[in-house]
Write a protein that binds this ligand. Structure first.
Ligand SMILES: [Zn+2]
Length: 506
């Protein structure tokens, strides 16, 4: 899941005035009742008697988040506050000057959240789990600047937390004082802060530290098993992208609703990518599914690149790519890492992509309606994942076949990553189509328009697939099938031939 609303400025780009921001987050033994008390100190660019602060009222489909903010208090007499939820705004009236100092409390707005409430702040006596965007109010001078993702500086101090109340976040392990310098939306706000009864494990991959922070006693998932799955997936994915990753990276795993009985036959799990990591949250009951965890682990991890470094210019309109191709590579890289056999890959793609796509009531809806309905309807929400994954399969196999198995979509994805790392370069469908044309020596604008934008079913034909894989179209849903021994098919499909020559540029 990747969502970030970026403010498009019509004004010419201006260097944002650097605000100085200092936060103190205070512990209380009654965290559930009192919340995390956050003290803010901001220095504005010019003297004023009122300052607007941003505190998101909606994050990733969770609405009314300002209900979780209480206890607004000025640091001295003369402060008044007005909260404007529709504008995600706290108006702070203060004594005239440049220094604004006040505090607020972040707490749960219900004693117990439902299994569908993932992205609200969790604050209990024994732990907390709060997104950076739901913890730190920032002056609107930062959020309303014409710069898309402004640079900022902030310090965060953690005050009064007992030594056994573990503190961890996407930036640091166990730190009681942190200095942040970076981008507001994609780094400072795309973060997660946890504390309390979390268990922290770590390993090193090419001298970069990888953390696994989890809490709860899981049915099916032992700490060691999850850690090994993280290591397996991350090793394969970093090798695939030829990217050693950030100096520090964290995978968070937290239970939402835990039930020991069999009253609810299901598992509700969600993953969200973060700056330098990702977060998984799930119900915890006897129906926990190890395969589901590994799938989501692989999917969310891939967003470090697809949707992350390959940043989409048009969010939901590009989800067929950022979610669909992520899903496709979740399956392909699980095959690559040894997590799935070739037979299991075929079975998973049939069951989890093709069958679910063809069962989706909204399957032939046009792409622009996905933008409107993504957060409102789970059928629409799932559509770009499966529609895009089928397109990725089709394209990958076309490139493999037409290049005589010397190139694949893998090469195109790495080239796309390279291009999107250039300053100011975002992913656009136009860039994608230009690259695809180079790899295929054919323009696929027609197929893109018909199958991704208009929503027609993409016909998979046996002659579109690599040798050794075929498709049975005799039923309502296409069914992929092995058409020969698995080992040579796997080798052909993964195309890990280092001697393959680069394609001639046209
Ligand atoms: Zn995703």
């Amino acid at each position: 899941m990747k969502l970030l609303l970026l403010l498009a400025g019509l004004l010419p780009l201006l260097a944002p005035a650097q605000s100085r921001l200092d936060y103190q987050v205070h512990y209380s033994p009654q965290l559930a009742a009192e919340g995390l008390r956050v003290q803010v100190q901001a220095r504005t660019t010019r003297p004023a008697d009122s300052t607007y602060f941003h505190f998101a009222n909606e994050v990733w489909g969770e609405k009314d988040l300002l209900r979780c903010l209480t206890g607004l208090t000025g640091a001295e007499p003369g402060y008044r506050f007005r909260v404007v939820p529709d504008s995600s705004r706290i108006v702070v009236y203060h004594p005239r000057g440049r220094d604004v100092r006040f505090s607020y409390r972040v707490k749960q707005d219900a004693a117990q959240y439902t299994k569908a409430q993932f992205s609200r702040p969790y604050v209990a006596d024994t732990y907390f789990h709060v997104l950076g965007e739901s913890l730190f109010a920032v002056p609107e001078a930062l959020t309303k600047t014409a710069v898309e993702d402004p640079e900022m500086r902030a310090t965060v101090r953690w005050v009064g937390f007992p030594p056994d109340f573990r503190l961890h976040n996407t930036f640091a392990a166990g730190a009681t004082e942190q200095t942040f310098r970076g981008k507001l939306w994609t780094e400072f706000y795309r973060s997660l802060y946890v504390g309390g009864d979390y268990r922290l494990q770590q390993f090193s991959l090419q001298n970069r530290t990888v953390y696994l922070a989890q809490r709860g006693q899981w049915t099916e998932y032992t700490d060691a098993r999850v850690l090994e799955a993280v290591r397996q997936a991350l090793t394969a994915q970093r090798a695939f992208w030829q990217d050693a990753g950030p100096a520090s990276y964290t995978v968070f795993l937290s239970p939402t609703v835990t039930t020991a009985d069999t009253s609810w036959h299901g598992q509700s799990m969600k993953g969200s990518s973060l700056h330098q990591g990702f977060v998984l949250q799930s119900t915890n009951n006897p129906y926990n599914n190890w395969d589901l965890l590994r799938y989501i682990l692989n999917h969310e991890m891939l967003h470090q690149w697809i949707g992350g470094q390959i940043g989409a210019a048009h969010e939901e309109l590009n989800y067929w790519f950022t979610e669909g191709f992520t899903d496709y590579y979740a399956f392909k890289n699980r095959l690559r890492s040894g997590d799935l056999t070739m037979e299991q890959w075929v079975q998973s793609f049939n069951e989890d992509v093709l069958q679910r796509l063809y069962r989706n009531a909204e399957r032939n809806q046009p792409n622009y309606l996905i933008k409107d309905n993504y957060w409102k309807s789970s059928s629409f929400g799932k559509l770009p994942y499966r529609r895009g994954a089928v397109f990725a399969l089709w394209l990958d196999h076309q490139i493999l076949r037409r290049s005589g198995y010397t190139r694949s979509l893998d090469d195109m994805m790495r080239e796309l990553l390279h291009l999107c790392r250039q300053p100011g370069q975002k992913y656009t469908d136009e860039l994608f189509l230009t690259l695809a044309q180079r790899y295929l020596r054919e323009d696929i604008s027609y197929e893109y328009q018909k199958y991704m934008l208009d929503g027609a079913d993409l016909p998979l034909r046996p002659e579109d697939l690599v040798e050794g894989l075929t498709v049975d179209n005799s039923g309502k849903v296409p069914v992929l099938k092995l058409n020969g021994p698995a080992a040579p098919l796997r080798e052909r499909y993964l195309n890990e031939n280092p001697a393959a020559r680069p394609m001639a540029r046209q």
